[in-house]
Design a protein around this ligand. Sequence first.
Ligand SMILES: C[S@@+](CC[C@H](N)C(=O)[O-])C[C@H]1O[C@@H](n2cnc3c(N)ncnc32)[C@H](O)[C@@H]1O
Ligand SMILES: [Zn+2]
Length: 447
Amino acid sequence: MTVSLTQKLIEEHVLVCPKCKTPKLVVKADGYHCGSCMISWPAHCNVPDFFNRYVENERGAELAVAQEFVDRICEVLALGKDPATVKAVSSVLSRASKLKTEVDSLTAEIEDVYDRFFGKDKFDHPAPDAQANQGIGVVFERHYFPPRAGKSEAFSANVRVRNAGAQAWSSRTRNPVALKAEWRGLRGEPAYAHFPIDVAPGRAITMPIRMTAPEAAGDATVRITLECPGSREQASQYLDISVAVGAVRTDHHHVGMVRFDPPIADYGKDHQDALAFLLSYLTRESISRSRILEIGSGPHPQLAWLEDSEVVALDISAPLLELGSLYFGDRFTHRLAFMCADAFDPPFAPGSFDVVGMFSTLHHFPEPDLLLKKLSGLLRPAGVLAVMCEPVGDSLAAASTVRDLLKGINEQVFSTSEYWRIFEAAGLVPLSAKVNGGSLKAILSKK
Ligand SMILES: C[S@@+](CC[C@H](N)C(=O)[O-])C[C@H]1O[C@@H](n2cnc3c(N)ncnc32)[C@H](O)[C@@H]1O
Ligand SMILES: [Zn+2]
């Protein structure tokens, strides 16, 4: 009998208890059990749920899973029409419709099962609430401004803001709110960023602001406020950011290291291109038979196709992984394991992987630098982080981005130099990187 990758990882003390981190996990009939802290972790369709912090959605009971959806999933995953398989898919989907977490953006990721297979760029953008933009309150959570900018340099920088007021913010009303960025200390043009969706109370959004630096050199401050013209309830809160304006452009050396290739428009082709990019790096460095962790894999881990590798596919969405496990089936279990866990709390011993990779995933995390730092601890000494297919840009206005923001997913878009600062903050250096079709591919190692 072939040993499953999961079993192997347990035996090698790579897979540890998600709670107490001791390598004392045992596989039981209905899940996994820690022999040290005695906690059990459920499993469905061979996928352990190490996140295990789902709470039942109050509206879950009402969400019946349409047979049509089940049939379509079976069809796209080429699972056939065997009654046991159809039943398994049906039970994955009905559990999916009930799952909820304490974090709205994670719940939104899990609820996205249908669109992940059949998503369209069409969506309803509901009319702004009549009470929108009243009683404004804002918390500035973090920013990505460069510490230095060149004279008259045009750049884009993100600011993450949370709506701490009682009503939604809308940029679609007669008195729209906008983020305003003003230069102080040096003369420069103010910039405004309008919200692509209405921002509900309690919600945070990372907003790119297109700026032009002052013509003169010197020390300046950028003051960020939430502006609501016509409203007397102007937010008194602001964020001041120091930016030294000088002769040197901020992103000069960063951009110099990146190869800019011609655009690839297609999502699938872009993923193939990224895989080829990583493969050519691994071949060049004579790295073979790698042990790989893919973060945010969904049902279709890209790195599962690297044939002589062992791949752990991790995601917060148990239903997507369960569908992936049904799709790949028994033929892959010796070298592919699906595991549900929060990427911030991966159940592995430090220094376990040759490659930690992710595709179109980093930009979903509100603190991407902290995530990378955390994950870099899982790398073996010569290991690399592969950050693939990340959107590069300065606007959230693309239809698919607005659609996902409306669903509650934490969509973000960073510029190339913002990615470089994120990598730097995580203690990582790029070994090889390129941008094509507005998509970044970077292979990084620890400093
Ligand atoms: C845009 S999808 C990318 C899916 C796939 N890698 C691709 O390229 O098509 C982002 C994935 O990240 C997962 N994700 C989001 N937050 C996560 C978290 N905290 N821990 C683990 N996975 C997470 C989502 O469930 C989703 O499957
Ligand atoms: Zn334990």
